[in-house]
Design a protein around this ligand. Structure first.
Ligand SMILES: C[S@@+](CC[C@H](N)C(=O)[O-])C[C@H]1O[C@@H](n2cnc3c(N)ncnc32)[C@H](O)[C@@H]1O
Length: 348
């Protein structure tokens, strides 16, 4: 109840005056949340545009009506069953709705009320809690058994585990992050899932890469302004600043340049961010394509109905009941780069 009230307070902050104190804000937020749950149509898009997000959002990103509506509702809970296990798992834990067919059949929206972390299936490593669109990033990477991948910003391993699973525990995934505590959590999760085809290393994002290995694929799931997760973390709407966006875009480009240097000829690079700002999405993707003639753009399939293809990359759009707002772009390092040897990515 307490966490629900606090989340509602930040979700509806634009409708009250924080100077009046927390309690009146919490009370009015709870009422607004209840009204929105029953009658969302009473909140016109223009009202959401003006109050649900800070004004700078509209300068940096194209906020769709569906995304704005998703921000005011409680977010959907998604779980990732092990490959091919979605149907069976749904039957065993109940109250699950698959996102679709094929790989999307392993992405289940959980609509029940039990604490999933306490289930036998969770403790046996039969599923992970993972946002729908984060799961789609794994499908878009499409690693093959026996390949070698690098998950450069692995964090607590949501996508590392998915890649390792899609590779059927064969080949190798290098997982790096600047935060040791996140990698420690990754190792605990991998042990629970019985996945061993990975190596975890600290990496600060500098020129000294965690390994000299050259990869079939590199995923850069980069730190970002996280607008696409504002429905899950409503307080973040009010703490992120537009100047952070510009700084993050520089970091993202730097991480990508390092990733290019770690690709085998023919290797694939996948860039993912859970944000909507143009600076961190299309501008970064177009900037890298422009800078690095050894890269060729790879078109990405529209893996879900929420996917929208553009020449710069694929949007996975946030909507009520859906996944995080995300942007994904991909490239292949050309097999022969000798003719371009003097024109590679600029030195770091
Ligand atoms: C979007 S999160 C990764 C989420 C993770 N891939 C997952 O699926 O669970 C971005 C990660 O980048 C890491 N990070 C931030 N700055 C970094 C840098 N300069 N070099 C390497 N990692 C960095 C953060 O610690 C964070 O874990």
């Amino acid at each position: 109840m307490v966490s629900r009230a606090v989340f509602a307070y930040y979700r509806w902050l634009g409708w009250h005056d924080p100077a009046q104190g927390a309690m009146p804000g919490i009370e009015s937020a709870s009422m607004l949340a209840e009204r929105y749950r029953h009658e969302p149509e009473r909140f016109p898009i223009e009202e959401l545009r003006a109050r649900a997000v800070p004004a700078w959002t509209h300068e940096e990103a194209d906020a769709t009506g569906a995304w704005l509506q998703s921000l005011q509702a409680e977010p959907a809970l998604w779980i990732r069953a092990r490959p091919g296990q979605g149907q069976l798992l749904a039957k065993q834990i109940g109250n699950c709705r698959p996102a679709g067919d094929g790989p999307a059949g392993d992405a289940l929206r959980y609509v029940g009320r039990i604490d999933l972390h306490r289930t036998r299936e969770f403790n046996e490593g039969r599923f992970e809690i993972q946002d729908l669109h984060s799961q789609a990033v794994g499908w878009l990477c499409a690693p093959r058994p026996g390949e070698t991948w690098w998950d450069a910003c692995a964090g607590e391993g949501g996508k590392t585990l998915h890649l390792a699973d899609l590779m059927e525990n064969r080949g190798l995934v290098w997982a790096s992050d600047r935060a040791a505590w996140r990698l420690a959590q990754l190792k605990r999760r991998a042990a629970r899932a019985g996945l061993f085809n990975y190596r975890a290393r600290l990496w600060e994002g500098g020129a000294a890469l965690p390994t000299k290995t050259r990869f079939d694929g590199v995923l850069v799931d980069a730190p970002c302004s996280n607008l696409g997760t504002w429905h899950r973390n409503p307080h973040a709407r009010w703490t992120m600043r537009p100047e952070d966006v510009a700084e993050l875009a520089q970091i993202q480009l730097r991480l990508l340049r390092h990733a290019v240097s770690a690709l085998k000829p023919g290797g694939r690079l996948v860039y993912a961010v859970c944000t909507l700002t143009r600076a961190e999405t299309t501008a970064v993707a177009d900037g890298l394509t422009h800078e690095c003639p050894e890269l060729e753009r790879l078109p990405l399939p529209a893996v879900l109905p929420s996917a929208r293809s553009t020449p710069s990359g694929l949007w996975l759009e946030g909507a009520p009941g859906g996944g995080n707002g995300m942007f994904v772009a991909a490239w292949r390092r050309r097999a022969s780069i000798s003719a371009l040897a003097n024109e590679g990515c600029p030195p770091l």
